[in-house]
Ligand binder design. Structure first.
Ligand code: PLP
Length: 450
């Protein structure tokens, strides 16, 4: 394994033996006794327990140093523990840790809302803050139902919008839905989502969208909301062909539908633009943000055009949609710092540039392997579907992620059947780290192939 040539954050991995080491294994044994068994997958080869993280590096409980190509679910777009974010959290913590979001608001909530409004593609913006991506989606779906006056929703096959009961109705994967089938809001229709890397042109998919909209209108349950990820993340980084999102927006506008862009994963520069939806022609009414917004602290936002958000009644003392930690001062301080860094350090452009370097290098080195490499900005997927027979596909991404630990690399599986390896690294990845990552991913992919 390569030795550490530079500071923690910018270093190459350093791993002893095959992780998880003894400390992580012993912590796993303790966790098994106190956490719901559904939450953390515990196995002899998984997981490692994190102790410390900076830049693109994570140190585990055994002292192993990893290269984090997950960005911790896409959150650490700026890198772990960005100094500006830490500074902002420390300064805020010394003044006000918690406030009363919707009663006596912390002043910093206002600062964040004002800054968020500058990201929006409209001149007049109203937002609702919350803590998680699922909550931002819940807010968006409620807002859209009020604004359109119609309950029906159009979502997409493969789409992931969260696991709370409301957002789950629009998340497609049956693994998540089936146990709650009887409790999930049923007025959601799923259309196919085109993947440009697989040769989809979006024409058949748009025909299906049009047919669903017509059928639902004829059946007396017209659709009022469309929710879409500009690039499907957890479905395995599926990028739609140019023009698809614009065509979708036209069809939705034609029927006076409210368009929700779920940018919890794609937003904040990850896909090369502050808002991927705007850059890709969607022209949304509502944008959901989360993950990278808080630079590691939990904060999310449902950002909407003022006339759409004004479908909510004015609060007369009891907000009908709010939460205890809304506008949390520490999260707001972190998010303000992230928004400053986004502009000052030109994060979207850097994500676009680094992403195209990684994409090009992976495509070159793996050109003869049969896998499909796709992505936009720093959201990249390695899809095994064209390279592996059907029966060997399920879980191949997860097997690779386990093998990657011994190479000092953190990656995650994605896709309905775990047939994709997802790379969502931070923008601060150094060139040495990028080279190392591509070289090791090449070896790992080849080992995973039959
Ligand atoms: C596109 C998208 N929407 C919503 C969510 C849900 O966010 P959270 O897990 O913070 O609730 C996710 C999480 O992965 C996501 O990728």
């Amino acid at each position: 394994m390569s030795s550490v040539g530079s500071a923690f954050g910018e270093s190459l991995p350093r791993v002893e033996g095959t992780p998880p080491g003894p400390a992580s294994r012993s912590l796993a044994a303790r966790l098994k006794l106190v956490e719901s068994r559904n939450v953390t997958h515990l196995a002899p080869d998984w997981p490692v327990f994190w102790e410390e993280a900076r830049g693109a590096n994570v140190r585990d409980a055994d002292g192993n140093v990893f290269l984090d190509l997950t960005g911790a679910f896409g959150v650490s777009l700026l890198g772990h523990a960005h100094p500006r974010v830490l500074e902002a959290i420390h300064a805020q913590a010394s003044r006000l840790v918690h406030g009363m979001g919707d009663v006596h608001p912390p002043r910093i909530k206002l600062d964040l809302l004002e800054k968020l409004a500058t990201l929006a593609p409209w001149s007049d913006t109203r937002s609702v803050l919350s803590s998680t991506g699922s909550e931002a989606v819940e807010t968006a779906l409620k807002t859209a139902a009020l604004a359109s006056g119609r309950g029906g929703i159009l979502a997409f096959q493969g789409g992931y919008h969260g696991l709370t009961l409301g957002s789950l109705a629009t998340t497609h994967r049956s693994l998540f839905r089936d146990p709650f089938r009887d409790r999930i809001f049923a007025e959601v229709s799923f259309a196919p989502f085109p993947d440009v890397a697989a040769g989809d042109r979006g024409i058949d998919e748009m025909e299906t969208v049009t047919r669903i909209l017509a059928e639902r209108a004829a059946a007396g349950s017209p659709i009022g909301t469309v929710i879409v990820e500009p690039v499907q993340g957890r479905a395995g980084v599926r990028v739609p062909p140019p023009g698809f999102l614009a065509a979708l927006a036209r069809a939705a506008r034609h029927q006076d539908m409210v368009i929700v862009a779920d940018e919890v994963f794609t937003g904040m520069g990850r896909c090369g633009d502050v808002l991927a939806s705007h850059a890709m022609g969607l022209d949304p009414d509502i944008v959901c943000l989360g993950k990278a917004l808080g630079g590691g602290l939990p904060v999310s936002a449902c950002v909407a055009r003022a006339d759409v958000m004004d479908a909510w009644p004015e609060s007369t003392g009891e907000a009908i949609h709010t939460s205890t930690f809304l506008g949390h001062p520490l999260s707001a301080a972190a998010a303000l710092a992230v928004l400053d860094v986004l502009r000052e350090e030109d994060v979207p452009a850097r994500a676009a540039e680094l992403g195209s370097v990684i994409l090009a290098d992976l495509r070159e080195t793996l050109s003869d392997s049969g896998v499909r490499i796709r992505g936009r900005g720093l959201m990249i997927g390695i899809d095994f579907t064209p390279a592996v027979e059907e029966e060997r596909l399920p879980g191949i991404g997860s097997r690779l992620a386990r093998a990657a630990l011994a190479e000092g690399i953190l990656v995650l599986p994605a896709g309905e059947r775990g047939e994709v390896v997802e790379l969502t690294p931070p923008v601060c990845l150094t060139l040495d780290q990028e080279r190392y990552a591509v070289e090791r991913m090449d070896a790992l992919v080849r080992r995973a192939l039959p």
